[in-house]
Write a protein that binds this ligand. Structure first.
Ligand code: C5P
Length: 406
């Protein structure tokens, strides 16, 4: 999802750093809009680093992009946390004195506010009236919690915990259910092929894109089996909370091939997002290889090809089943990348192939992605970029339209 987080001038702003992090880790594309006052509590650099997007408070920057309305128009959800008494009053009055104000007026997305202020201010008739006005316009109010306040007092006024705000905010976005009834198998992460008991041939895939695909499909109603090959623990913990996602683990190419063959037997859609080792050690040593064994300054490791799992799945696909491959390429030229993608899709016999550029920093491990989706029949179907969750939704959109066109 494309989520705007407005931050206003309260001490609770430091908790919003964690809130933004929770959303980014879950694969959402997050744009932070602090007010000038908020920057007295947490600086611009922190917001840019944590959201991984440029941050500004002013309507006079990036004017050509019509930024004062663009973020609000694109947003699927707007969260204001903390929302001070002043902010609630501005929102109730419809003030557009800064970028957050214009964004809130321009958006048609659900708006969630998490108030934070002294209990006396929260209880004041002016604030009560403002909150009532906002509620009557459909704004969702989370908290505030009761407890110790800055300054030693206690009472209602503490901003709710970031986890509570995130859960409440995500729950207000109308759910799509266009994958309901579909059984989906997704592989994620990267395989490791042993060389000896402690070493392996592997890759840097974190499993984020695969996990985002699984979570997006489940949110849209599908029943999902995620076959995880060395997916980062945090990523796996996040997706495993989803009631419609089952997790199976696989370590090597052979384990992944066996698990995928089994789940593909009942799946309507199979997505191979895992980075699979193309080669494995010709011989696996039973004991740890040592420098003495090598007997010199050079050592040669003989590698042999592994089977192409996705090509095999495409070959044996059930009637009506859609098979999707991924391709991580270091090709910098966009046209050449598309050419490679089209050739690869045809060679593997898949219905769709999602190609993205990877490098020393891009792609693997990051929370953002930019992809081009092509068909096995030779068409460029879509391009998508943004958070891995957004990219995942674009992949499912392409899967649905491919299934409709059959
Ligand atoms: O040929 P390349 O490795 O770029 O293809 C990537 C796609 O093929 C991914 O979907 C990956 O999961 C799949 N693949 C596979 N078995 C292999 C190698 C890659 O299924 N041995």
């Amino acid at each position: 999802m494309f989520i705007v987080v407005g931050v206003t001038g309260g001490i609770a702003a430091y908790k919003t750093v964690h809130l933004v992090r929770l959303l980014v880790t879950a694969g959402h594309e997050v744009h932070v809009i602090p007010t000038e006052d908020a920057l007295r509590f947490v600086g611009l650099t922190t917001w840019e680093a944590i959201s991984r997007h440029p941050v500004t408070t002013s309507v006079h920057e990036d004017v050509a992009e019509v930024r004062h309305v663009a973020l609000g128009r694109r947003a699927d959800l707007v969260i204001v946390a903390p929302a001070t008494a002043h902010t609630l009053a501005s929102m109730a009055a419809g003030l557009a004195s800064d970028l957050l104000g214009t964004t809130l007026l321009a958006t048609s997305a659900p708006v969630v506010v998490a108030p934070a202020m002294h209990s006396g201010m929260w209880a004041h008739p002016a604030t009560r009236a403002n909150v009532a006005t906002l509620r009557s316009r459909g704004v969702h109010v989370v908290g505030p919690d009761d407890g110790a306040l800055t300054g030693g007092d206690s009472g209602p006024g503490r901003m709710s915990e970031p986890e509570t705000i995130v859960a409440a905010a995500l729950a207000v976005v109308p759910a799509r259910s266009d994958l309901t009834g579909l059984e989906v198998a997704v592989s994620a992460g990267g395989t490791r092929e042993p060389i000896d008991p402690v070493r392996f041939v592997g890759n840097r895939s974190s499993g984020r894109q695969g996990a985002a695909l699984a979570a997006a499909a489940a949110d849209r109603g599908a029943d999902v089996t995620l076959v995880a090959a060395h997916v980062d623990d945090g990523v796996l913990a996040e997706v495993s909370r989803h009631p419609r996602v089952r997790i199976r683990r696989a370590g090597t190419v052979d384990e992944l091939a066996a698990a995928m063959a089994e789940v593909a037997g009942v799946a309507d859609v199979v997505v191979m997002a895992a980075a699979v080792s193309d080669y494995r050690a010709a011989e696996v040593s039973e004991r740890k290889l040592s420098k003495e064994d090598a007997g010199g300054d050079e050592v040669t490791l003989r590698l042999v090809r592994t089977p192409d799992i996705v090509a095999g799945l495409a070959d044996r696909r059930r009637p009506g089943q859609t098979v999707v491959a991924f391709a991580a390429e270091t090709e910098a030229d966009p046209d050449a990348l598309v050419d490679r993608a089209l050739r690869k899709a045809a060679r593997k016999g898949v219905d769709l192939l999602v190609a993205n550029r990877v490098g020393w920093t891009a792609g693997f491990g990051s929370s953002e992605n930019a992809v081009v989706i092509v068909s096995g029949a030779g068409d460029v179907l879509a391009r998508a970029e943004g958070g891995k969750r957004e990219v995942a939704d674009s992949v499912w959109d392409a899967v649905l339209s491919a299934r409709l066109q059959r």
